[in-house]
Each structure stands twice: as structure tokens, then as C-alpha cells.
Design a protein. Structure first.
Length: 334
């Protein structure tokens, strides 16, 4: 005779990506395969003591319920990295200008023109320095915004770099260049280009991209009390249902058995198959039970991660005698 096992289950995505923040400020990225319960990917971003960075979730996350693989989830902005990059780019511009001047001769009119440019650059630098000092004083008194203060600092650095460049131009214009000097400048340019590329690669790493497509989950609780979940993405390409089964039914449950799942709030039933059976025993409602994972084969079904559903496991047919024994065991338990 047909034999079925009725139980309740919890709907979960086949996999999910979670971005968490540890107590020390480090970011932890994990991809968990819920079919096996194992982490298929794990990475952490470690920040050294004293490193300052602003973390911001992408505003677009709040405007849509789903996200695509490769979409920007969050970004880290570091003033230290940006300042270092700007400084190196300025140094590179100075060295490139110096190399250009090394390789070309200059007339007296050119020297006078460069001298005038250098004098003007120094005047503009002094004016900007005074303006930046005033802005800094206002910022310390909370009378101006961080953005305005950073803008003033950036303008000051640009003025400083301009002075350095014009001074290098003037120096090269009034002195001759030897082959050794040209080689030294070329080596400096190569070293600066390498440092700039390293920082740019680091800045790319500070942009966090979603490794999966799926539904955005903001209110997911962390299993680790020392971590705070910032955002989680449930892979919506498939679902599983985790089912607790009375331990006395263990001999009737096998891999690949069919499971009928009633979708809560609808009259629809979807079918799945048992993909794994846990080999440990846990207490569920005061009774010993083991957990079964069923993979839902159907696509585009109205299932939601965290949904509680009723399910029926289609076991192998049993004899009337076996059925009477089973009912007797269950009756004694209840």
C-alpha cells in the first residue's frame, strides 16, 4: 500500500551570499550552498590598525528587490588612498615634464615664459594655502562641511603640484641634460607608474560586487553573534526545503524520493526530490528527528526564502503488516 510521511518544512534558496562586518571592522564575504550546508566561498577584507575608510551600501539596493551578478553592492572610500594616488600622479607629471624638457632645447624666450609661469603658480599656491587654512579653521569649528574642506585640500595639492612642475620645467630649461639624467628620470617614471597601478588595483578591490543573482535580504540575522549582517542575496534560480522527520521513519526515507510541497497562501503544489539526508539526530518539538533536504525542480514558483510550508514525502509502498507496525510505534510515542 502507498506510504507517505507528512511534515513541515522551511524554504531556503539553493545558495546565498552574505556580506558581514566583524567587531574589528573587517568585512567577511561568504557564499553558502544550502544543499550541502557547506561554504563554497569565503573571503575577508582585513584593515590594518589606523586605516580609515568610509563604507557605503549602494543606494540602488533599496530601490529594487533583486540584484544581478556583478552589480555593485557597496564601496569603500579611503581618503588616504586617494591622497596618495593624487600625490603619485602629480609626481609622475613632474617627471614626465622633466623628461620632455631633457629631450628638447629651450630658447631664451622659452626660459622667460617658464619663469613667469612658475611665479604665477607660486602666487596661486600662496592664495590657496590661505584659503585652505581658513576653511580648516571653519571645519574644526563645525562651520563648514567635510566635502568643502576636502575640496579645499585637493585644490591646495593641485597648486603644490603645479609649482613643482613649473620649477622642474624651469630647472631643465636653464641647465643642460646628460644621458645619465635622462635614464634616472625614466627609471623614476617607471617606478611611479607601478605604484600608481598598484593603488588603482587596490581601489578596484574596494568596490564590492555581488557574486550571485537573486533576492536582496536586509534583515537576515547572523548565526555568529560577533558579526553583523550588512546585506544578503538569496540565489533565486532554485529553492530547497529543509524537512524534519521523526527518527522512527528513518528506514522509510531515501535519496531521490519525491516530495510534494504545498505553497503557503495558494492552492499550488510543487514537486521536489530528496537530495540529502542528515546523519545526526536533533530534538524538534521534544522529539528526536533527522533533517531531510529536498530540491525543488520547478522554476518560477512563488516560494520565498524563510517561508514555512507543509510537505509530504512519497515513500516506497509497504505491506499492511508494516503499516500496522508503523502506526503502532507512532501511537506509542504520542
Amino acid at each position: 500500500m502507498p506510504y507517505t510521511i507528512a511534515t513541515n518544512g522551511l524554504v531556503m534558496p539553493t545558495s546565498e551570499w552574505t556580506l558581514s562586518r566583524a567587531q574589528n571592522g573587517n568585512l567577511i564575504s561568504t557564499v553558502k550552498d544550502n544543499r550541502t550546508g557547506q561554504l563554497s566561498s569565503f573571503s575577508t577584507s582585513v584593515f590594518q590598525r589606523g586605516y580609515q575608510a568610509n563604507f557605503q551600501l549602494s543606494p540602488s539596493l533599496y530601490d529594487k528587490p533583486t540584484i544581478q551578478k556583478g552589480d555593485t553592492v557597496a564601496s569603500l572610500y579611503s581618503n588616504q588612498d586617494q591622497e596618495r594616488l593624487m600625490q603619485l600622479q602629480g609626481d609622475l607629471a613632474v617627471q614626465e615634464a622633466e623628461l620632455l624638457l631633457h629631450n628638447s632645447g629651450h630658447k631664451l624666450a622659452d626660459v622667460e615664459k617658464i619663469a613667469g609661469q612658475m611665479a604665477l603658480a607660486k602666487e596661486e599656491l600662496e592664495a590657496q594655502r590661505k584659503l585652505t587654512n581658513r576653511t580648516e579653521a571653519l571645519y574644526k569649528d563645525s562651520l563648514t562641511s567635510t566635502q568643502e574642506y576636502e575640496t579645499a585640500l585637493n585644490k591646495l595639492r593641485i597648486r603644490e603640484l603645479t609649482v613643482n612642475m613649473t620649477e622642474a620645467d624651469y630647472k631643465s630649461a636653464i641647465t643642460g641634460s646628460k644621458p645619465e639624467e635622462i635614464q634616472v628620470t625614466q627609471r623614476r617614471i617607471g617606478a611611479l607608474q607601478q605604484q600608481i597601478q598598484q593603488i588603482k588595483n587596490g581601489l578596484k578591490d574596494l568596490t564590492l560586487l555581488s557574486p550571485v543573482s537573486g533576492t536582496i535580504l536586509f534583515k537576515k540575522a547572523s548565526l555568529n553573534p560577533t558579526e553583523e549582517v550588512l546585506v544578503s542575496v538569496a540565489d533565486n534560480s532554485g529553492f530547497i526545503v529543509v524537512l524534519p522527520v521523526n527518527y522512527l521513519e528513518r528506514e522509510y526515507v531515501q535519496i531521490d524520493q519525491e516530495v510534494a510541497v504545498d505553497i503557503t497562501g495558494t492552492t499550488q503544489t510543487v514537486l521536489g526530490k530528496i537530495s540529502s539526508i542528515d546523519n545526526t539526530i536533533q530534538l524538534v518539538d521534544g522529539r528526536q528527528a533527522f533533517f531531510v533536504t529536498a530540491l525543488i525542480a520547478e522554476k518560477n514558483v512563488p516560494l520565498v526564502p524563510g517561508m514555512l510550508v507543509k510537505a509530504t514525502i512519497q515513500s516506497q509502498p509497504i505491506s499492511i503488516k508494516e503499516h500496522i507496525i508503523r502506526v503502532g510505534k507512532l501511537f506509542l510515542i504520542h
